[in-house]
Design a binder for this molecule. Structure first.
Ligand code: NAD
Ligand code: UDP
Ligand code: UDP
Length: 312
């Protein structure tokens, strides 16, 4: 039985990861300051004898004994990470130093949840791991993008300088149950708007594209990456290459919910990337990983979750 630390374990991805790790027979320590995470996400896990929750902010040191670390702590949506941008950078930078210091001391393997945002508004398409990105260092997204870029730097320097076993995954847009209903992300916005009969807010002309990965596929990717050979550090793209315009997404959500909400157009936020699609050749080659859940199936599960949430 491995002792596994999940920072950000009460969040959207973290709560799914904690469940999957428990199902595999691990001893799971979930650390979260509950900024965007919720205890209700992990409530069913409190019944498990090998699940433990610690309310803690990773910008402060943490002394625990573990075998593996998944570092997911960091608000992920623009409304949340821009609420206290200095704290966002601290979470990525000071937080990474603390968990890397911990990994170094206890000789734990550590995985960093990085992001496609390290590519910024990309000039190449789709993005491969070799692309260095085009990020505005002083814009509103910089606290998140540059924070995550610096975190990657720290991971690679702890690896080179201290021999820490690292795994860096760059996550592309992921959705599913336990997303926040009001985090401003497109999938949750459109579903909540459709279910409540509110107008569907399409930013810009709605022709910008994203690729959406269902949460179960992403968690499989995390677990495979953690178990990959020690010399394979990443960075590794994880995401679903199927690309859709926001207009297509709005129409699909309207069809699947049977909603009569109207589509309205709103101004495009600054620095909003036009296009984003992962090149997952490396994940296919190294991990034999590829997403298996299509958009309509994943959206059905997510819509069912939001229906329950809104009815509660
Ligand atoms: P989330 O906001 O639901 O989860 C983040 C969790 O971290 C929350 O539970 C929050 O309370 C916790 N947290 C934040 N700051 C903390 C701190 N200083 N100390 C302790 N806990 C803290 O977001 P998510 O979508 O589950 O994202 C998880 C990770 O994956 C994040 O690092 C995010 O950057 C990354 N990611 C997610 C996506 C996505 O599409 N969901 C895409 C790219 C990257
Ligand atoms: N740290 C921690 N838990 C540990 C070990 C270290 O939180 O079990 C933190 C501690 O705050 C330290 C940071 O991680 O400052 C970086 O550790 P490292 O050993 O790299 O550097 P130090 O600052 O101790 O020289
Ligand atoms: N978006 C939209 N309507 C919304 C929320 C978002 O049209 O109500 C657009 C947004 O402008 C962006 C895309 O959907 O082009 C994805 O936005 P999200 O914030 O979910 O993710 P990110 O921009 O980080 O990929």
């Amino acid at each position: 039985m491995k002792r596994v630390l999940v920072t950000g374990g009460a969040g959207f991805l973290g709560s799914h990861l904690c469940s999957a790790l428990l199902a595999q027979g691990n001893d799971v320590l979930c650390v979260d300051n509950l900024f965007t995470g919720r205890k209700t996400h992990i409530a069913p896990l409190f019944r498990e004898p090998y699940f433990e929750f610690l309310r803690h902010d990773i910008t402060l040191p943490l002394y625990v004994e573990v075998d593996q670390i998944f570092n997911l702590a960091c608000p992920a949506s623009p409304v949340h990470y821009q609420f206290d941008p200095v704290q966002t950078t601290k979470t990525s930078v000071h937080g990474s130093i603390n968990v890397l210091g911990l990994a170094k001391r206890v000789k734990a393997r550590i995985l960093q949840a990085s992001t496609s945002e390290v590519y910024g508004d990309p000039e190449i398409h789709p993005q491969t791991e070799a692309y260095w990105g085009r990020v505005n260092p002083t814009g509103l997204r910089a606290c998140y993008d540059e924070g995550k870029r610096c975190a990657e730097t720290l991971f690679f320097d702890y690896h080179r300088q201290h021999g820490v076993e690292i795994k860096v995954v760059r996550i592309f847009n992921t959705y599913g149950p336990y997303m926040h209903p009001n985090d401003g992300r497109v999938v949750s916005n459109f579903i909540v708007q459709a279910l409540t009969g509110a107008p569907i807010t399409l930013y810009g002309d709605g022709m910008q594209t994203r690729s959406f990965c269902y949460v179960d596929d992403m968690i499989t990717g995390f677990l495979r990456m953690m178990d990959s050979p020690p010399e394979f550090t990443g960075p590794l793209n994880l995401g679903n290459p199927a690309e859709f315009s926001m207009r297509e997404l709005a129409e699909t959500v309207l069809t699947l919910t049977g909603s009569s909400s109207k589509i309205v157009f709103r101004e495009l936020p600054p620095d909003d990337p036009r296009q984003r699609q992962p090149d997952i050749t490396l994940a296919r080659d190294k991990l034999a990983w590829a997403p298996t859940v299509g958009l309509a199936d994943g959206l059905r599960e997510t819509i069912a979750y939001f229906r329950r949430l809104l009815a509660a």
